[in-house]
Design a binder for this molecule. Sequence first.
Ligand code: SAH
Length: 350
Amino acid sequence: MYDIVSMNVFELTRLLVDYSQPSYRAKQLFKWLQSGIKTFDEMSNIPISLRNSLEKDCYIARADIFKCYRSQIDETVKYLFRLYDGEFIESVLMKYQHGYTVCISTQVGCNMGCKFCASGLYGKTRDLTASEMLAQITAIQADNNIRVSNIVMMGMGEPLENYDNTERFLKLVSDEDGLNIGLRHISLSTCGFVSGIEKLSLLNLPITLSVSLHAPFDDIRNSIMPINKKWNIKTLMDACQKYQKITTRRISFEYALISGVNDTRECAKELARITKGIMCHINLIPANPVSENSFVKPDKNKINKFKDLLISYGLTVTVRRTLGADIDASCGQLRKRIRKETDGANIQQS
Ligand code: SAH
């Protein structure tokens, strides 16, 4: 069975040759497939015979809403989606002044093993296809009757470990015959998967690269992010510098502040030193508590001190606002809870 929603117009054109169909149908098909339809029957301007043939040979990837939690504090909505094989992924809808942003997952689980993160607790089950990344967005649009304007690839998974599907997704989602979400409105977050950063830089896309740095010294970073043992901070920063040179886009460094781990004056000073010469923005995130570890965020005073120190070194800094605090909106927390509730048992769709 072909994963037809992951196909671009060129690939659809090739597929249509097998059905002796004119090539102009490829674009018609593409528009339907990218719009979030669930069945071939909905394709009103496609001949029924072709719809039937496609149905036999292809599937339309979907993400079915299994649970949905609406925040009472803000308009954040957290989704737990169930995929065709019963796996669960999470996405979040956030409302900002400039429009709707969806945070999508790129893998089921994650292999990166960051010590503070809930997504990596059980490792990675599998990669998501480009169509499953898209399905998260189209399902959320339909559920809220809205158009999403921004995407952050900051949900579960490491997008650059799933490089080919991620690249395919970026091209599909920004296609003007598809969802047409501008690449400038897309952020891709990586734990520092250097080979992927290098590959991505060659595409020279105007997306925002977000790098989860979280520590400026190798010993600290090694202890909280295993990826640092493969690509250390120097290697990562060199890759970021090269990325910046090619794309001329400002890089965003994510820094989750963890009390007693990475919130010292020395850390602030070193963070300023290693980012020197890179046009960047530092996004401080007060660490979210995860029950399986003992990490806690510093108090407000300490966070502000760290921020002010960075500013005094000339850096541009923001502290991330917490959205959806009442609904476990952060990365991996919901899937973890569902796994616990069901204890791995097979769950029937609600
Ligand atoms: N694998 C990618 C994207 C997914 S994680 C990456 O590592 O960037 C999205 C962001 O949430 C990352 O910056 C990650 O480090 C951060 N994060 C994960 N768990 C967190 C926690 N408990 N508190 C604060 N930030 C966390």
